[in-house]
Design a protein around this ligand. Structure first.
Ligand SMILES: [Zn+2]
Length: 214
């Protein structure tokens, strides 16, 4: 926290929210939040759904539970898991930012190319794309957008052996493991590129505060 980071919740078991009922979601979220709060000694008010599988009724549960922001919306129509989260009743406050009654939803950046929306700022895409390609895509993105977020799991920044469950399919293993070696270096290059363009870095919590939502 002293270095300008913020903690938020990414669920209890990284299961897809689309496989969970509302009660299960509320119960697991409460347990996950309590664990992080006990470990960190601070209140947790942000959420990101595993694999961006947030649904509108679960977003409303988060709001009722006292969460103040979520970042699970992604425009990624061609992916079988990702939904385009329904934000009826929210106002778009800024590029990638939607607000309703003090609650903020931060969209994951994607780049529209030939009818596809390509995520360029995290996950397997960040790991898979070489820097020269990312550089081109980021340049295109920056022409059309004001805001940007980067998302990584800690395991994506190391090449330590992963304790993957047995019986995982080859495609899933590939998705988990591809491009981890060198990803930290690539992320540093992306951050340097953003800094050179004058980007300002801040947490989503700080962004909320700046918008007067706290
Ligand atoms: Zn995740």
């Amino acid at each position: 926290m002293r270095r300008g980071h913020a903690l938020a919740c990414h669920g209890l078991d990284h299961g897809l929210l689309t496989d969970k009922g509302l009660d299960q979601f509320a119960d697991e979220t409460q347990r996950a939040r309590a664990m992080i709060e006990a470990a960190a000694g601070q209140r947790i008010t942000g959420y990101r759904a595993s694999c961006f599988t947030m649904e509108r009724d679960k977003l409303d549960v988060l709001r009722q539970m006292g969460f103040t922001y979520d970042s699970s919306k992604i425009r990624f129509v061609q992916h079988p898991l990702y939904r385009n989260l329904d934000l009826t009743g929210f106002q778009q406050a800024d590029d990638l930012v939607y607000v309703r009654e003090g609650f903020a939803e931060y969209e994951i950046p994607t780049l529209e190319i030939g009818g596809y929306s390509v995520p360029i700022s995290g996950g397997g895409y960040l790991r898979l794309f070489p820097f020269w390609l990312l550089h081109i895509l980021l340049g295109l993105y920056a022409r059309r957008h004001e805001n940007f977020t980067i998302y990584v799991h800690p395991f994506e920044l190391t090449d330590l052996p992963l304790p993957l469950p047995k019986g995982l399919g080859r495609a899933t293993r590939f998705r988990c493991l591809v491009g981890r070696r060198g990803n930290l270096k690539k992320l540093r290059r992306v951050i340097r590129w953003l800094k050179k363009r004058g980007a300002r870095f801040l947490t989503l919590e700080a962004d909320r505060r700046e918008r007067g939502l706290s």
